[in-house]
Design a protein around this ligand. Sequence first.
Ligand code: NPG
Length: 378
Amino acid sequence: MKITGVELRRIAMPLVTPFRTSFGTETTREVVLVRVVTPDAEGWGECVAMAEPRYSSEYADGAADVLRRFLIPALSRYAAEPAEPAELAELDAQAAERAMEPFKGHRMAKAALETAVLDARLRARGESFGSFLGAARDRVPCGVSVGIMDSVPRLLDAVAGYVEEGYVRIKLKIEPGWDVAPVRAVRERFGDDLLLQVDANAAYGLADAHHLARLDAFGLLLVEQPLADDDLVQHARLAKLLRTPICLDESIGSAAHAAAAISLGSCSIVNVKPGRVGGYLEARRIHDLCRAHGVAVWCGGMLETGLGRAANVALAALPGFTLPGDTSGSGRYYATDITPPFVLDGGHLTVPTGPGLGVSPVPEILDEVTVTTEWIPL
Ligand code: NPG
């Protein structure tokens, strides 16, 4: 596919409420957007790297740098090839993936560029992301991730608000000192039928196994990423000591990691975040692998704008996504999203059906939140 050039756009989006995790507190989401321009259509990708490298080693300025210096130029040879009418979007996305492969790591940056290429190609063909990925439903059930709070009463108020809005599953962020008590309080207030899970963002060690086993009393769907990112072996040990199923997030950077985690017994559930694994093609491979092994997957979230959310909702509609995702409505994050907002309907979001992502930024809103733009011709 011929690519004319790529725009990198840095935006800053104030969050409606600060989001506190074991690795820090976010008040403004800084995002690098990628816009791929072709003669037929343009495509968008959202880079989920945070401003600081606290969730993973990637960060927004680093992602912009590797995109500008290495990843975008790597597309130039393939970008010169004329488009074949019969060529599939799949092949274009795979070609982009291969072109970027010599550069190690930087999966969030790669995912953003691959998504933008795919979006441009799908828009040109008039095919939606959902149809391309193999969506099996037209709407997806939505969960919400609730940050660490100053007090249990505040947490209960926040959860009550989300339950009222219709979220079908609640995820509580936990860390040492904020785990058993908030989980117990939420169970007592909202009862055993509430779908409830917790996320530790790697805040514990194997020595905490006995303490974490206290969570078994609360009938949680899962405990997400209790131990360090690079410790599949200890997760496998922990899995034998807990009744609560272990789900991995940060530990899974690729389908190969997922295969290793499954064969070691490190987890029985996988959180799939396309940014974390290098893009939607790899995310779909992880879905396929997990499905073949009877391992449930769900779609994670990284406080995306409507652009990233559109693609995530499409992914979450694949048949192996059997648990509600962190695919909340736009209003959970932003007073004004850069796209028309995703609004919860009976606890669900509708999978966009328009070409490509099916949503586009509203130009005036996008301009308002834009910090810098940069054009890289190919
Ligand atoms: O709803 O998008 C959302 C947030 C879901 O908790 C959530 N994300 O560790 O999974 C996580 C966490 C996160 C947010 C991680 C931002 C990194 C950045």
